[in-house]
Design a protein around this ligand. Structure first.
Ligand SMILES: [Zn+2]
Length: 356
């Protein structure tokens, strides 16, 4: 299924995050992906142009949206890529919805200190000079994606560093801040209290579907005591970070873990989504769905042992899209992992619904 209105948000800022040579979470992941989008995503660009043109007719309702529309128009005016040079940095106040203030302060301190690069900002989170800006932009771009999605556009936030292993108090597993959690908790924030732009539909229940091959342990940690936030995670188990057993359910029965054995393929993943994840989401009845879209369940990924093909990712996304469209649920996809760089774009473009 091809979405009727779709927007891709990304930025060259994300290419500036570099954890050092030979690190699997490399700038090349996104560089290759954006290159493929530029080459193959004319239909995406056209849908994006149409969607943004409609929104541009009423930008006065929303300064944030006006900025996004201006960015799109600037890019289109340059005849440039099939993606939007958009996004922004998250503020500390926005990060504090998901992260302990002391943890945020520690990250900022480490990133600002003199000395050699790369340096570790947590557990297995090497950063370079451009990484803090990229991390702030990853979280902020998901916020922007959430606000666009709540106006009826399917948004793909192609960001890095990824986020789903970052807990409330710890950066880990290549993840500095938890981008999807920051976006989700932004959506739940009360508009008047938090000064959200007028005209954004109120979100009262948010869900994250995490199909990255690794368990979304950071998102689980942040959502554990959040009665209005749900996490459904499908992941290889056992595998890093080793959590994610089915009996980990959250303080409000709001965590659903679906561990799969090594060697699971397209059929296993589609069945897990159709038979387990989507019914669990239906029961929680969210009015916003964010997909932690990792692509490291791809066959041949160096960090895992699953067998999902690009076509499989296309079917997985189509199942989720159908569910969301049938319910009118705003839908955001956020890039997480995926380390087989030569075919990563095939998976992402298939999931977007971009024709071959
Ligand atoms: Zn992963």
């Amino acid at each position: 299924m091809t979405p009727t209105r779709q927007c891709v948000l990304s930025s060259r800022v994300f290419l500036e995050h570099d954890g050092g040579p030979a690190h699997p979470e490399s700038p090349d992941r996104l560089r290759v992906l954006l290159g493929a989008l530029n080459a193959r995503a004319a239909p995406v660009l056209e849908r994006q142009r149409q969607a943004m043109a409609k929104l541009a007719a009423r930008p006065d309702q929303d300064p944030l949206l006006a900025d996004a529309v201006a960015a799109v128009q600037a890019v289109i005016g340059m005849g440039d890529p099939g993606w939007v040079e958009g996004g922004r940095a998250a503020t500390v106040a926005e990060l504090e919805r998901a992260h302990d203030p002391a943890h945020i302060a520690q990250v900022l301190t480490i990133a600002a200190a003199p000395g050699p690069w790369p340096r570790d900002v947590g557990v297995e989170v090497p950063i370079g000079p451009g990484s803090l800006k990229a991390a702030l932009w990853s979280a902020g771009t998901v916020i922007e994606a959430v606000d666009l999605a709540r106006r009826g556009i399917e948004v793909w936030a192609l960001v890095r560093p990824p986020g789903h292993h970052a807990t409330r108090r710890l950066s880990q597993g290549f993840c500095v801040f938890n981008n999807v959690a920051v976006g989700a908790l932004h959506a739940l924030a009360r508009p008047v209290v938090d000064g959200q732009p007028a005209g954004v539909p109120r979100t009262t229940r948010v869900a994250v579907l995490d199909w990255d091959v690794h368990h979304g342990d950071g998102t689980q940690d942040i959502f554990w005591n959040e009665p209005h936030a749900t996490l459904v995670s499908i992941h290889q188990h056992p595998l890093y970070p080793e959590s994610g057993a089915a009996d980990e359910r959250g303080a409000h029965d709001n965590i659903v873990n679906i561990p799969l054995g090594s060697g699971s393929d397209d059929r296993d993943y589609c069945n897990a989504i159709a038979d387990r994840a989507l019914p669990a989401l239906t029961a929680r009845n969210p009015d916003l769905l964010i997909v932690s879209a990792g692509f490291d369940a791809q066959v041949g990924d160096p960090l895992a042992g699953m067998l999902v093909t690009p076509a499989g990712f296309g079917r997985m996304a189509a199942l989720v899209r159908s569910w969301a469209q049938a319910r009118g649920t705003p839908l955001v996809f956020v890039l997480e992992g995926g380390y087989k760089v030569d075919t990563l774009a095939d998976c992402v473009l298939a999931a977007m619904g971009v024709p071959e």
